[in-house]
Design a protein around this ligand. Structure first.
Ligand code: HGY
Ligand code: MN
Ligand code: MN
Length: 416
């Protein structure tokens, strides 16, 4: 199989321009993006991506979860396609590159193949996975999870946002529910380019992260129930303060994660206190604990210590507590041949690189269950992500997309 020559490069300027144009859809309030899944802004971003794919001569497939599949034909139309992509949806205070770099990096590969007049044996399909973030509709990676057979589609359709709107209804409302059965597609391989969302690559001065594994994730929603009462006239000994219970449990979460340093992490990003009135003792506190580790046994230990410790805390101050596992997946090991293709591409192109475990979850973490899969990462400034100040350097985007280009084209097999 001919390997791509080191002169095979994408057009970094065009990629950057496309990133900047996409970032103008669903702008945040501080320079980033708020293009949450299945909002009208998500619909606008999808339309722009679709128009670019059409201009690049691709045909668009759409499945019942709204996953988008833009296809460039290969010389062997029956050969299984090589897929490449990520997600266009963002956090409410998200950055311009999380997910978007992977989708537009895939599009840039097609644009560059067209410029260079290169044919491949296998078709190549650029993918936008619906609702990777899981911020409006939990859990994260919802549509790639249905595609990989992890979640039932009906269950996914019934997921509700904070306003009680159903995923399935919103998908129809924005006009992006396709007819194609989700998960019917077969892949020769799947590659995803993503920013690291952590500090390692930048701190070590590395251009490329060769992602060998993805750490496991556990999201447990905790509901603590006390009794609403007046903050002024209720004596301290008789209070049933759900807010106090939550504060002590969140401190326990931090201690549990630190006890498995340096790799385990733990926090709660979603917190709801009710009635959230200045002079009412909180009667209810609902929050989601996010534990992660590269080791499954560590995640299980953190989960069990949370349940026993939090139950003891609540019992001691007269509160009720309930736990609901709302999301999770075990640590994943990516396909060694795909990982080798990425590492060899970085070598060939002369980029500094290191193997890395992904701290964040990605659609690739589910797709690896149904196809040989691997990821390539580029640094991000100060390792910051899920923050509107998320930033990367253009040369990092170009390097990541060049490595992605070589891995995808090598796997899709260039036809002389
Ligand atoms: O939660 C995650 O790791 C991803 O950003 N959805
Ligand atoms: Mn992402
Ligand atoms: Mn994200």
């Amino acid at each position: 199989m001919p390997t791509p020559g080191e002169n095979l490069k994408i057009n970094g300027e065009r990629l950057w321009d496309s990133l900047m144009e996409m970032s103008r859809i669903g702008p945040g309030v501080a320079g980033g993006n708020n293009r949450q899944t299945l909002t009208d802004k998500d619909g606008e971003g999808r339309k722009l991506f679709q128009s670019w794919c059409k201009a690049a001569g691709m045909t668009m497939g759409l499945d019942t979860m709204g996953n988008m599949f833009a296809r460039r034909e290969g010389t062997h139309p029956n050969a299984l396609p090589v897929y490449v992509g990520s997600h266009l949806d963002t956090q409410p205070t998200g950055g311009k590159y999380d997910g978007v770099l992977g989708v537009l990096g895939g599009l840039e590969i097609i644009r560059s193949l067209n410029d260079l007049g290169i044919k491949t044996k296998h078709p190549i399909v650029v993918t936008n996975w619906t609702n990777e973030e899981g911020t409006r509709f939990a859990p994260a990676m919802l549509a790639s999870g249905v595609f990989a057979g992890v979640h039932a589609e009906d269950w996914a359709y019934d997921r509700e946002d904070a306003a009680g709107r159903r995923f399935g209804d919103e998908l129809v409302r924005i006009g992006w529910r396709g007819e194609e059965k989700t998960g019917a597609r077969r892949m020769h391989a799947f590659f995803e380019l993503h920013i690291e969302q952590g500090p390692i690559l930048e701190a070590e001065g590395k251009d490329i992260g060769v992602v060998t594994h993805g750490q496991g994730v556990s999201w447990i929603q905790v509901t603590i129930t006390g009794k609403e009462s007046h903050t002024g006239s209720t004596p301290m000994p008789v209070r049933k303060n759900a807010g106090l219970g939550m504060a002590r449990v969140l401190d326990l979460v931090d201690k549990i994660a630190w006890s498995h340093a340096p790799h385990a992490v733990g926090a709660a990003g979603h917190i709801d206190v009710r009635p959230n009135s200045r002079n009412v003792i909180p009667g209810t506190a609902v929050f989601t604990v996010d534990f992660r580790s590269p080791e499954r046994a560590v995640i299980e230990d953190m989960e069990s210590r949370l349940k026993t410790g939090a139950s003891d805390i609540c019992k001691a101050i007269g509160l009720e507590i309930a736990f609901e596992k709302v999301a999770g997946f075990d640590p994943v090991t990516f396909d060694s041949d795909c990982v080798t293709a990425i590492r060899a591409a970085a070598e060939r192109l002369g980029y500094s690189h290191r193997d890395i475990i992904s701290g964040a979850g990605h659609d690739a973490c589910w797709i690896t269950r149904v196809a040989p899969t691997a990821m390539v990462m580029c640094p991000c400034v100060d390792g910051l992500s899920h923050n509107e100040a998320e930033e990367i350097r253009p040369e990092w985007a170009t390097a990541g997309a060049n490595v992605l280009f070589h891995a995808v084209v090598e796997t899709a097999q260039i036809v002389e």
